[in-house]
Design a protein around this ligand. Structure first.
Ligand SMILES: NC(=O)c1ccc[n+]([C@@H]2O[C@H](COP(=O)([O-])OP(=O)(O)OC[C@H]3O[C@@H](n4cnc5c(N)ncnc54)[C@H](OP(=O)(O)O)[C@@H]3O)[C@@H](O)[C@H]2O)c1
Length: 180
């Protein structure tokens, strides 16, 4: 017989309990598109404080950002530098803006997210780059620069999208196989 797996809503109830008992200050989710989020919010007691989704200059998620803002849920961006793919760090527009501000392209992209009200979750194993990635709060991008970056949006993920039933099932089977 097929083993019953624990649905994420059951796990969320556990997190809600911890939140209500004051044992954790905030609880959140990741990879919720707005259709899933609207459904989730309708049935849950505690709203997620954050939703972490893929977002970078080539996949800007404007509609998702707008929806999360309306719902007062903080948007976090995973792979803000597109995980080093798509030559994001060599993009000519970003290089030009970086030069104008005497910053690196990574700093421009991270600041661009912050200026949009989005929290970047960037990964680095290099202490020099970790420091660089935090040094992004001493400049502002102009409206023209924001618009030039907006035009880089391809509206496509660099990562595999899970927008079919087959893709979701395969993802869940792989994810469940890691659980103890
Ligand atoms: N929730 C989810 O579904 C999900 C999915 C994917 C990722 N994530 C999380 O999101 C976080 C970031 O995503 P990610 O690692 O995929 O992509 P990322 O942060 O966009 O890119 C990481 C890559 O960029 C390099 N890098 C970092 N800072 C740099 C800088 N200042 N200059 C040049 N290169 C720089 C890193 O190399 P070095 O390490 O050598 O500096 C690494 O190769 C991770 O913690 C990951 O676990 C979550």
């Amino acid at each position: 017989m097929k083993k019953r797996r624990m649905d994420f809503r059951v796990r969320w109830s556990g997190l809600e309990e911890l939140y209500e008992e004051g044992k954790v200050r905030a609880i959140g989710v990741d990879n919720f598109t707005q259709d899933r989020m609207a459904d989730f919010l309708f049935f849950q007691k505690v709203r997620p404080a954050v939703n972490m989704i893929e977002c970078n200059t080539y996949f800007q998620r404007e509609k998702e950002a707008e929806y999360l803002k309306q719902q007062n849920i903080t948007m976090q961006a995973w792979s803000p530098l597109a995980a080093g793919q798509k030559n994001l760090l060599e993009d000519p527009v970003l290089c030009e803006i970086a030069k104008a501000h005497e910053k690196s392209v990574a700093q421009i992209v991270l600041h661009w997210l912050v200026q949009r009200g989005i929290v970047p979750v960037v990964k680095s194993v290099n202490p020099k780059r970790m420091k660089e990635n935090l040094d992004i709060f001493d400049f502002e991008l102009t409206a023209d620069e924001m618009e030039r970056i907006r035009q880089l949006d391809t509206e496509h993920s660099y990562a595999t999208s899970r927008d079919t039933g087959k893709a979701v099932t395969e993802f869940l089977e792989a994810a469940m196989s890691y659980q103890v």
